[in-house]
Design a protein around this ligand. Structure first.
Ligand code: FAD
Ligand code: NAD
Length: 472
């Protein structure tokens, strides 16, 4: 048995890498354990990075078909998914260089690759034959696809985010199970690349936690573009015949497809970690943590998908920063998710921060909603990307939440994140000069709707007429 490590980080993905890098650069003896042969985790290898690269390729294909709208010859062509995925994976490989284990080793971090860690006591983990003791631990083991138990389904036949980016041939038809962010982002991308996509959502709504008015607009956009969306689709069984799958739902509707992509949620990676041997409390949603990201064992922290409450890379990184503060600097900091933004990278994108209109209503908060449509914004018109709307949930001039459906919504949301974070009022957004012609002008246009009624009221018009009569 070797000397006790100051910090043992389990999982070399978004959360674990931030902690291992900072803690080892601060001089702690850190061991980072990653069960795969490469660092980077789900975001880099099977999540954010390849999905956004695929989405971009699909947008290029979509624009080539739409070229006629720009006065250019439009193009329609068969797509070689193998080539598309090759360039997708070349981007993953490029970014992988930042996560080179040698970079971490150069900081003095011990990096163990290729075998999982499992707890054998509250103060030790086993990796292969080796037992490693630590003063503090961080669990950052992420999540994996949840595969629902549907009769007739052979999990090996299904595509998930772990296999889609290795697919060589574009399926002529594809069923996507699940209308969450993964299903919508990848479903639209595959549809734009040329698959006939049918998306089956079990419940009544897509993206159940998002603003319903904007989700309805998005759903219309997607169906207009060719995606078939079936909600309230409770799948009863799947039959496999002649290299095709027939999906039969509770209404006895049948959908026949070449491939099935499962995007029905995630499960935390705690199997095989043996958290109970360390006395760590878990639930089916993952590892329980307090607001300082401590588990039921106060020297063991957890962050990212395995701890929740959300499943975003920027949440994992934010939590990693808090763990550094709490565990390394011993400066207590609590997590606060009220101003955590997120983006669904469909086209148009859907971005959210703070409360939606429905949440404000459900919580009984008196509020005003300001709205503005992209079709009134000059830059959206020049870009021919006019679908969508900004919604601001406000109270006494302060922003409680913002929902944006539109071009580059994921970029645009950050002005509102900063406004909320700094306590700026809608008047501050109105006073800030926004360059013309930008999509960001929509923020001024949205907040100015709050003043338009007062500005052009009969009273103001009378006042202006009176001012005009003054001498000088
Ligand atoms: C298709 C898809 C698209 C996504 N797009 C976005 C997006 O656009 N924006 C966004 O913010 N989020 C996105 N996400 C979510 C994002 O990928 C996750 O929230 C993020 O990766 C979580 O980071 P993490 O550190 O918790 O886990 P991960 O990054 O997955 O890292 C966990 C690591 O732990 C390792 N591990 C597991 N068990 C053990 C063990 N016992 N011992 C050692 N190592 C172990 C795993 O191999 C893995 O490398 C997407 C996810 C998917 C699936
Ligand atoms: N842009 C982003 O930030 C981004 C992108 C992708 C994923 N993610 C993260 O990954 C997480 C997982 O995404 P997800 O889309 O897999 O999960 P999700 O839980 O958000 O959505 C899954 C959907 O599948 C439905 N469903 C469940 N079982 C079903 C069944 N048997 N048949 C049909 N529908 C079924 C659910 O009702 C739900 O609407 C998200 O919570 C998100 O945080 C983020």
């Amino acid at each position: 048995m070797q000397n006790k490590r100051d910090l043992i980080v389990i999982g070399g993905g978004a959360g674990g890498l931030v902690i291992a890098s900072v803690a080892s650069q601060l001089g702690l003896n850190v061991t980072l354990i990653e069960k795969q042969a490469k660092l980077g985790g789900d975001c880099l290898h099977h999540g954010c990075v390849p999905s956004k690269a695929l989405i971009k390729a699909a947008k290029v294909a979509h624009l080539m078909r739409r070229a006629g709208e720009f006065g250019l010859p439009s193009q329609s062509f068969p797509i070689d998914l193998g080539k598309v995925n090759q360039q997708v994976n070349s981007i993953v490989d490029h970014i992988q260089q930042h996560d080179d284990p040698e970079r971490f080793r150069a900081y003095g971090c011990e990096v163990l690759l290729g075998e999982p860690a499992r707890f054998i006591s509250p103060h030790a983990v086993q990796v292969g034959e080796r037992v490693i003791e630590g003063r503090r631990f961080v669990i950052a083991t992420g999540s994996r696809p949840f595969i629902p138990a549907i009769p007739g389904i052979n999990p090996d036949d299904l595509l998930t985010n772990e296999s889609l980016f290795d697919l060589q041939q574009l399926p002529a038809s594809l069923a996507v199970l699940g209308g969450g962010p993964i299903g919508l982002e990848l479903g639209q991308a595959m549809s734009r690349l040329g698959s006939q996509v049918t998306l089956l959502q079990r419940g009544p709504r897509l993206l159940a936690h998002e603003d319903t008015e904007l989700v309805d607009l998005l759903q219309k956009q997607l169906t207009d573009e060719g995606l078939q969306i079936q909600t309230n689709s409770d799948i009863e069984r799947i039959e496999h015949q002649n290299d095709q799958y027939e999906i039969i739902d509770n209404n006895h509707d049948r959908v026949r497809v070449d491939k099935i992509l499962v995007a029905t949620g995630r499960r935390p990676n705690i199997e095989g970690l043996d958290p109970e041997r360390a006395g760590i409390e878990t639930t089916p949603r993952g590892i329980m943590v307090d607001r300082r990201l401590r588990t039921s064992q106060k020297h063991i922290y957890a962050c990212g998908d395995v701890a929740g409450p959300y499943a975003f890379t920027h949440q994992a990184e934010y939590q990693a920063g808090l763990i550094i503060s709490n565990a390394v600097f011993r400066f207590p900091k609590k997590a606060d998710y009220r101003i955590l933004p997120w983006v669904t990278y469909t086209d148009p994108e859907l971005a959210q921060v703070g409360l939606t209109e429905q949440q404000a209503r459900e919580q009984g908060i008196k509020h005003t909603v300001l709205r503005f449509d992209f079709k009134e914004v000059d830059r959206a018109l020049t870009e021919r990307e006019t679908a969508g709307r900004v919604k601001l949930v406000t109270r006494k001039g302060k922003i409680l939440g913002a929902s944006i459906l539109g071009p580059q919504a994921g970029e645009l949301i950050h002005e509102l994140v900063l406004a909320m974070q700094s306590g700026a009022k809608i008047g501050d957004i109105s006073a800030a000069i926004h360059a013309y012609p930008t999509l960001a002008q929509i923020h001024r246009r949205t907040v100015n709707t709050a003043y338009a009624a007062k500005l052009f009221s009969p009273l103001t018009r009378r006042l202006v007429r009176w001012l005009q009569r003054l001498p000088g």
